[in-house]
Ligand binder design. Sequence first.
Ligand code: COA
Length: 173
Amino acid sequence: MADITKDKIKLRPFSFSDKKRMAELANNKKIWENLRDAFPHPYSEKDAENFIEMCLSKNPKTFFAIELEGELVGSVALVPQSDVYRKSAEIGYWIGEPYWGKGIATEAIRQILDFGFENLDIVRIYTGIYGHNLASQKVLEKNGFQKEAVFKKAVFKNGKFCDEVRYGILREG
Ligand SMILES: CC(C)(COP(=O)(O)OP(=O)(O)OC[C@H]1O[C@@H](n2cnc3c(N)ncnc32)[C@H](O)[C@@H]1OP(=O)(O)O)[C@@H](O)C(=O)NCCC(=O)NCCS
């Protein structure tokens, strides 16, 4: 049940000073299990530094640190697509485990949707969630995403197959 007021949650660019806390929060198998294998596990400070370097090199800047009252608690990003998919962006996010269940992902996604549809030349934001990840499906549904498809056994993660549930939301108007 969400218990954190929205104005305490802010998206901001990453900085190298986030490296240590980012590694502490990201070094968690429960987070890795729900993300692609490109997300390292174990997750070191060097991994955090590489990630922050990548974020800062992007233009436009679409990778954000999520802050709760000034403290880093997670990450949310839009990844603009290319070629015929260039009017779409993929969304990705994670929240550090100590902060789960407080409404933070729901609010961070709301904010990045506003950012994306106002600032990027896109009409669609989408992602694929592993079938067992009901919390992530819930935060998307609470933000108006539609469940569009289930890709059976699309994902092979941690030695097991799982379904990928595809969600999307279109720019209004
Ligand atoms: C998924 C994740 C981002 C959710 O972050 P969060 O800040 O805890 O999410 P919120 O508190 O905003 O909302 C979670 C919602 O899911 C619900 N929920 C949690 N566990 C659930 C479960 N097992 N089944 C159904 N709903 C569940 C909560 O009740 C809440 O809904 P409510 O506000 O209506 O009660 C976070 O758990 C996480 O980072 N997980 C690991 C990485 C990940 O899965 N990233 C997304 C990959 S696509």
